[in-house]
Design a protein. Sequence first.
Length: 174
Amino acid sequence: MRKVKPARKLGRTAAHRRATLSSLSTQLILHKRIETTEAKAKETRKVVEKIITKALKGTVHAQREIFKDIRDKEAIKTLFGEVVAKVGERPGGYTRIIKLCPRFGDAAKMAVIELVDFAEAPVAAAKATKQDRAKRVKGSKKVAGEAAPVSAPLAEAPAQPEAGEEAKAPESAE
């Protein structure tokens, strides 16, 4: 009877798939948050969760085991320095996947994968109110008729040197 393997193939050979997941894991550890396709995010979550669980041991053997997958010294330092310190008490679930709207070019399902303890609160962006059409459209009749008169005179321009005089540069003390 045919059994379905639990892993996604991501349209790659085994070596290419392993390299892709290694690269995504490295970037996630370094940047704490990456945007990728939903399938890659779900596969990356499996790899990163296992790596962080190994890193919680904190032994040299664990570092060597993780270095087989990650192959980036800065990522290893970040993992054992920052990440393990923050997630030391957490029993699992180190990552979060947030689904996004489809990608514009090919309508691929997109997602953000991030380390849970490093998530920053999203900054509430001020909503831009819709401008009146009269202000948006160039040459609108309403805008042309409502030209406001200049109430205050413009600030005077700096004095220009006379035709015969040259502007003197300030001398610097050396």
